[in-house]
Design a protein around this ligand. Structure first.
Ligand code: UDP
Length: 326
């Protein structure tokens, strides 16, 4: 049995989907209920879920009492960089405090394996791309710092208590499950692909291009967009690795290829078959010029293999889901 914290979110639902496909038993723990779409009249994500906060010790204890967990996949956390600057306390409480509360519960119940959703934001404004796991970690906002703090805690718990972990440093998760039943929706939405697709859906009048003066071929920032289903599969591999791992590991998780903001918008126009209105604005504070994953480590060590690493396929899958939400 695997406990997935944050399993009701965008990445969480895709991770749950992958675990189910691999025949693993799953319990979701999230502040929000698990979405319950139906496929041919049957639940698409047929797993038990607990609606509670990580700060709720009683709810955690009841969950660990009730089920016997082999490992925890810890995805629960707040993710909006600008909010983390304005309201750092929320981020320290949820991402660090909530994580500590989870680790304490794991120790109380002797569950000593964890897969953690970390982030490329650890690397701040990197000096070079592709970014390798051992490149300098220099987060530039509270969000990135909370993720880094938790990675360091995991390291300390490993040394002191023998906890084994896999930390997956996500690049830009995007796209949606091929069923079209689960997908990306944040409130507020801050991510590029959903924002772009909301223009043809007439949910917003235009999409902003944050900065056109970067030192890149078209002047806009470059990111490594990884299909969320490929990202989810890495969690299954990480759980399998931890079954007999003697060493904890960190992995960068991306396709190893970058696309500019303008390329994303052009791809979306092709997929949607309409032009998408854009407005050029100054850079968003704290945005790096280029973030591209050096992904050889996870490919070599966990045999991870992306199946949907084409930007067209990623945007198409996102579009299928977004259209279905109307
Ligand atoms: N971006 C943009 N307009 C938007 C949202 C994002 O130009 O409305 C850019 C952003 O500056 C970055 C890229 O799109 O270069 C991806 O941003 P997102 O917020 O999706 O992910 P991040 O890379 O910040 O984690």
């Amino acid at each position: 049995m695997i406990l997935v914290t944050g399993g009701a979110g965008y990445i969480g639902t895709h991770v749950v989907r992958s675990l189910i496909r691999h025949g693993m038993d799953v319990v979701v723990y999230d502040r929000r209920p698990l979405p319950q779409p139906l496929l041919d009249g049957k639940p698409f994500l047929p797993v038990p879920f607990v609606v509670a906060d990580l700060a709720d010790r009683q709810a955690l204890d009841e969950t660990f009492e009730k089920y016997e967990f082999e490992a925890v996949i810890h995805l629960a956390g707040d993710i909006v960089v600008s909010e983390s600057v304005a309201e750092p306390e929320k981020y320290y409480l949820n991402n660090v405090g909530g994580g500590m509360s989870l680790l304490a519960a794991m120790r109380r119940y002797g569950v000593m394996k964890i897969v953690f959703s970390s982030t490329a934001a650890l690397f701040g404004l990197p000096e070079r791309v592709p970014i390798l796991e051992d490149d300098p970690v220099r987060p530039i906002n509270p969000y990135g710092r909370t993720k880094w703090m938790f990675e360091q805690m995991l390291d300390d718990y490993d040394r002191a208590y023998g906890l084994k972990f896999v930390s997956l440093r996500y690049f830009n998760a995007s796209g949606a499950d091929s069923s079209g039943l689960i997908g990306e929706a944040h409130d507020p939405e801050t991510h590029l692909i959903p924002l772009v697709l909301e223009v043809p859906l007439q949910k917003r009048p235009y999409v902003s291009i944050f900065g056109t003066d970067y030192d890149t071929p078209d002047g806009t920032a470059i990111r490594d967009y990884i299909h969320v289903s490929d990202l989810a599969e890495a969690h299954v591999l990480a759980v399998k690795y931890l079954r007999d791992a003697s060493e904890s590991r960190c992995y960068n998780l991306g396709n190893g290829r970058g696309h500019s903001v303008r390329e994303v918008i052009a791809t979306a126009e092709e997929v949607v078959g309409a032009s998408i209105r854009t407005v050029e604005t100054p850079r968003r504070p704290g945005d790096a010029e280029r973030l591209i994953a050096g992904n050889e480590r996870i490919i070599n060590e966990l045999s991870w293999k992306p199946n949907y690493n084409d930007l067209n396929v990623i945007v198409e899958s996102a579009w299928r889901w977004h259209k279905g939400q109307n």
